[in-house]
Design a protein around this ligand. Structure first.
Ligand SMILES: Nc1nc2c(ncn2[C@@H]2O[C@H](COP(=O)(O)OP(=O)(O)OP(=O)(O)O)[C@@H](O)[C@H]2O)c(=O)[nH]1
Ligand SMILES: [Mg+2]
Length: 360
């Protein structure tokens, strides 16, 4: 007070408390800043933000439809132009066939859709192109109606459920594990990630970031180490700590495909030998790879019993028809779709909604 009076003798006595208050506020703000910066500099590991255990908030259908924008505009456009004629002619069928092929359904699935549709048109004497459009939509929906799409989680197990995530490099495996982990944490389950991709140097770091973001534990191995033993260690840690779910990442590329498939078979075998049980093998497929995705799915299904497909990048330039090809030709249900790169961009696949969006 005295010092203040010396340096600012012109201040009236009543302004002094105001100045003191302002000074105190400055000291507090500065102090907090110093503590925060100090913590960051000391390299302290920040604990993952706890994730709410409330039930997963469903993404509104509008979001799914919006993200599917590019997929649906190309398909709906092709179908619309196939049906612009005033009657149903041979050209109509040719154009529809082309639309389905262009949408990535593949030859076999296109035939499976169109053959019964021709029968139906005859039997029901459909003559209006708009009725044909509706019949095509229900036929395509029917193609996808028999699949069970729930993720397998056996809560009666007195041990961790293990979900293996496989697929070619760049398909979106690690990102999907991050998103899946967040969803499962929201359901109240505890999660441990096993960094089974020891082939690529940065893979472990990438997974670790997702573990922190989603509030999961992680077990990592050394670069070039044996993926099976990382997964085994992960399951052992999860068993010891009563963790509900192990999400195992795997490499998408090895020296060659044969090595990769042999390794996956081994990872699967070893994973089942620990305390837990493999209840889901999710094959991640990049939807923009088109029919090539089907070839990949065949190879992976041979190496390890795939229980479900995650179709990523449907928000991109994918044509979407690969969903039908995978389900009808391989009988593997598409369980989840990736609609973007952030943590919430993974949604359960809803066949009717998907087909409706294609036709809008
Ligand atoms: N737009 C979009 N991008 C995605 C989606 N899923 C993954 N990605 C992106 O695809 C790229 C590859 O994803 P990763 O998760 O690293 O793929 P990976 O299969 O683990 O790749 P490897 O580890 O090399 O085998 C990343 O840039 C992701 O952000 C998706 O649904 N939509
Ligand atoms: Mg990866």
């Amino acid at each position: 007070m005295f010092a203040l009076e010396i340096f600012a003798p012109q201040f009236a006595a009543e302004t002094v408390p105001t100045i003191l208050l302002a000074l105190a506020a400055l000291v507090i703000v500065f102090g907090v800043g110093v503590v925060v910066v100090g913590r960051r500099r000391s390299g302290q590991v920040v604990a993952p933000t706890p994730v709410s255990t409330q039930a997963n908030t469903p993404v509104s259908p509008a979001t799914v439809r919006d993200r599917l924008g590019k997929v649906r505009s190309s398909f709906a456009g092709a179908v619309t132009s196939a049906l612009t004629r005033s009657a149903i002619t041979q050209e109509t069928w040719d154009d529809l066939e082309e639309a389905l092929l262009r949408a990535d359904l593949g030859v076999a699935t296109t035939t499976r859709v169109l053959a019964p549709l021709r029968e139906l048109v005859k039997a029901k004497q459909i003559i209006q192109p708009s009725d044909l459009r509706a019949a095509l939509q229900s036929q395509m929906t029917a193609q996808l109606s028999n699949s069970v799409r729930e993720l397998n989680f056996d809560s009666s197990l007195n041990a961790p459920n293990i979900w293996l995530v496989v697929g070619v490099n760049g398909a979106g495996k690690t990102t999907t594990i991050g998103k899946l982990s967040a969803q499962q944490r929201k359901l109240g389950r505890t999660v441990l990630m096993a960094a089974g991709d020891t082939f690529r140097a940065a893979a472990g770091d990438q997974l670790e970031t997702w573990a922190q973001r989603s509030g999961a534990e992680i077990v990592r191995g050394s670069e070039g180490g044996d993926p099976s033993s990382v997964v085994f260690d992960g399951v052992a840690r999860a068993t010891a700590k009563n963790i509900d779910l192990v999400l195992a990442d795997t490499a998408g590329r090895l020296q060659n495909n044969i090595n990769l498939m042999e390794e996956l078979t081994k990872v699967r075998r070893v994973a089942d030998k620990g305390g837990g049980k493999v209840t889901e093998v999710l094959l991640v497929i990049d939807a923009t790879t088109g029919q090539n995705g089907l070839t990949q799915a065949k190879q992976f299904a041979q190496a390890t019993a795939v229980t479900g497909v995650v179709l990523t990048k449907l928000d991109g330039s994918a044509r979407g028809g690969i969903v039908f090809a995978i389900e009808t030709e391989l009988q593997i249900p598409v369980k989840l779709v990736g609609l973007g790169e952030t943590i919430d961009d993974l949604v359960a696949f809803d066949a009717a909604e998907f087909v409706a969006a294609l036709f809008e």
